[in-house]
Design a protein around this ligand. Structure first.
Ligand SMILES: Cc1cc2nc3c(=O)[nH]c(=O)nc-3n(C[C@H](O)[C@H](O)[C@H](O)COP(=O)(O)O)c2cc1C
Ligand code: SF4
Length: 391
């Protein structure tokens, strides 16, 4: 059975045909009504994003599909692209009609180069079938898609760094505002959406906003695709409704008895067993889809060391809170491991983490202290366990 049951049941191009029969505002209204929120992590309402880009005045606009998928523990976009590329390209074409863009770009993670021949073949077939190009399905819609290869930097998943990379510059985040919907690729209005968001939008056009809203919670409608790894017997890619509890999810993947679950990848929160009844939803524990299960045997300092090592490597270095802050947090974890971190210094590190959350320029530095702060909060006795009381 496919790990993506709902995507598998979609009738080919039914969403695109529906979109061709609707006006641009009506397409956006349908997506807005569904309550679809971006699946790339930040959860920005998709209909609103499309509306901003539609309202921007420009000769040229772009739809950019973010397939950089660099968050540790995330591998669902790879499976969506492998199994349902048509649905993703259909979603991009619908977005193109909705905002008035004629060009789409798939920004593909460098490590997914092996997917490129398959994706190019799907695009070529879509051109033959008149799902791309001029006069799509006999309408006046013009839209085409090209693939741009990423080069392996995590920061290039951040939408403005991604745009810099597309323009041929070093992948470093831009100041926001202006936002890409107004000033994006080549200074033109650009919608940047996650792979899953675009595939979901195609489903919503086909099945309607009410169908989508009937799943999930009031504030987090629909279903979500999860990448689940770590200490469970059935790791893999799963579709669950939004609002599933951590405990229910662990049961599905045979991970009961876990000590903690990292929701949202390295930049997410570490949830202890006492909170497994909490829900995975934008209003409770948000996630772009990465779930990492930690069994009882895991040392939470090893977990933090691994994550912070990653952030020290991947920080682009533009702003001080992130460039220096991640190094200081990593050193703090090393002190904790050596039993040399006093409670007073731990408090200072937490204050540093909180400062990084508000003072960093982009989402990397704003979210990199989350795991540290949640582990300190939820596993204080364990992480201070090696430090004698006189330190
Ligand atoms: C460091 C960093 C890495 C990111 N990586 C990705 C990524 O790989 N894929 C993705 O869709 N969004 C990623 N994002 C979020 C994007 O900036 C952006 O919010 C998203 O692509 C918007 O799409 P959505 O509205 O469909 O979620 C990342 C953000 C940050 C700060
Ligand atoms: S927060 Fe980090 S990744 Fe983002 S701009 Fe600052 S240094 Fe670069």
């Amino acid at each position: 059975m496919s790990p993506l049951p709902t995507f598998s049941t979609m009738a080919p191009e039914a969403g695109l045909k529906k979109a061709l029969s609707l006006s641009r505002p009506d397409i956006i209204e349908e997506v807005k009504n569904s309550g679809l929120k971006g699946r790339g992590g930040a959860g920005f309402p998709t209909g609103m994003k499309w509306n901003f880009a539609a309202a921007a005045r420009a000769e040229e606009k772009f739809i950019i599909c973010n397939a950089d998928e660099g968050e540790p523990g995330t591998f669902k976009d790879r499976v969506i692209l492998q199994e349902h590329a048509d649905l993703v390209f259909e979603g991009m074409t619908i977005a193109g009609k909705a905002v008035g863009a004629t060009q789409g770009i798939l920004f593909l993670r460098g490590e997914y180069t092996y997917l490129r021949p398959h994706l190019e073949a799907v695009l070529a077939k879509r051109r033959e079938q008149k799902f791309l190009g001029k006069q799509i399905l006999g309408s006046d819609l013009e839209f085409d898609i090209r693939i741009f290869m990423g080069a392996g930097a995590y920061i290039c998943g951040e939408e403005t760094a991604l745009i810099e990379a597309l323009e041929g510059f070093r992948g470093e985040p831009r100041n926001r505002p202006p936002f890409p919907v107004n000033t994006g690729f080549l200074g033109r209005p650009s919608v940047v959406n996650n792979v899953e968001t675009l595939a979901s939008a195609a489903c919503i056009l086909q099945k309607g906003a009410d169908w989508w809203k009937a799943m999930g919670t009031e504030k987090s409608s629909g279903f979500k695709i999860f990448s689940i790894s770590g200490d469970c017997q059935k790791p893999g890619v799963y579709e669950f409704p939004m609002g599933i509890t951590v405990a229910q999810l662990l049961k599905e993947v045979a991970g009961e008895g876990a000590k903690a679950v990292q929701v949202g990848g390295a930049s997410g929160q570490c949830i202890p067993a006492s909170q497994f009844e909490r829900t995975i939803a934008f209003e409770d524990i948000p996630t772009g889809g990465s779930i990492i299960v930690f069994g009882q045997q895991r040392d939470m300092l090893d977990v933090l060391h691994n994550f912070l090592d990653f952030f020290v490597d991947e920080s682009c270095g533009q702003c001080t809170p992130c460039r220096r802050g991640n190094v200081k947090l990593l050193e703090g974890v090393e002190l904790l491991k050596e039993g040399q971190c006093s409670m007073a210094y731990l408090k200072e590190l937490c204050a540093l983490g909180e400062t990084m959350q508000i003072a960093s320029k982009c989402g990397l530095g704003q979210s990199s202290p989350s795991a540290f702060l949640s582990v300190v909060h939820n596993f204080r006795a364990e992480i201070m366990g090696r430090t004698p009381s006189h330190v």
